[in-house]
Design a protein. Sequence first.
Length: 480
Amino acid sequence: RAIAGLAYMASWSAFKPRTSAVLPMGGYEDKETSHSVVDEPSEDGSHIRKAQSVSKDFLKPPTTLREKTFRTMEDPAYSRLAKVISVILMTVILVSTVCFVLESEVQTCSPHGGPCAGFLEFEPWAKFFYVVEWISVIIFTLEYCVRIGTCPSRYRFLTSALNFVDLVAWLPFWVIEGLNDPPYSAPSLDKTTTPGFGFVRAIRLIRVFRVFKFGKYSIGIRMFSGAILHSAQPMAVLCAVLTVATIIFSSLIWLLERPQSRFVTDELLAATGMADMQIVCFGTIPSSFWWALTTMTTVGYGDCFPITLPGKMVTVVAMVCGVIVLALPITVLGSNFSKMMDMYAEDRAECTLVDAEGNGLIEELELREFLLTKKRSGLLRKDVDTKTKTLMSKYDRGKKGALTFDEFIVLQHDVLIDNHVDPMVEVARMRKSLDEQERLIMAMSSRLAALEEIKSSILSLSEQMKQFTSENMVSSRSAS
């Protein structure tokens, strides 16, 4: 039943609303700026592409110093300074994370004796990493304070997951170093320290993807995240089916491969070298989970393997079932990513046609020509102000005098009439129309046949009347 449900969800997901190339990246700043373009089913069953905006706050140009500062810290595409600050922050994040990893290689010896771990000598590397830690934490602290001090809504800022990671990345440093003896002192071999939370900073590496917003990799990352987002339902079904299958196969292999099983003999254990590992791998059902997962995912590390013939037969069935279960949702994920690519290719082709100069920006004259062309075709919405200057000031977030392709895509889906119809729906509609026309033709043919019969009856009756009239005339002449 679970596998049938997975197949049903996989087939149903192909008709779900799709998100196009303009996708939010997540985080507080994207709640303010994100736009998405989705294909939604209309009343007649067709799929219409629509632009959805989470919020229009970032479409408004900042007026106060606070708004400009917040926009500079949050949006790398806002200005050249914002881009530089974003690159600097990402560099600090990468450097601090690399230093955190290498810090574990500083030579430390166990108090119980034995060899020392790490290849970097304590002096001078420990102090070097400590200085890098101080510099990075100070930068992170200043950045966080500036952003929280200039944000429009502190509640939304504090409830954002990424902003919480930012807070955890620097706050434990001040607390832990303050608890050391002496506080905020340089590291030494005899210094008593509180166990640190430096690993949390590695999570900040997630925010490195912000720098991709103005790089050539941003589109691919956003399309991939959108494909995963819209494949969440089949992935959830996959997890449910995988859990059920793991329990079933673990129970079966436990019955066949546990040391107390009648199929497991001392000769088999000695011949396969599993005398010590058999109880570790198959002693209980939970301990058999490892074997089940590595087998169904076709990884097969080889540390746990069946030694009996029934156990090997169960293993073959587990392999085949694992391939089938994993193939369905992965196909859905690939299909969704392919749809994202097709939709982005359509939008990109439209942008390329409008970009006459080929510089990757839609300037005011090119936008005016685009609007005139769509107006002649009757594709502009009547309820939207389509003046060139108004649209340019509204969608040009960086005030650079031109629109990027992402900004133009959002503008395009906001001002044009929704006329993007799913081709498969259109084919089905045409087929239905042809069937209706065929029924009408058949009905008209049957009516024509009935009219022919009536015509024949009328002609026959007319002949009979003529014959009757002629006979009456002959009879009257004979009588006279």
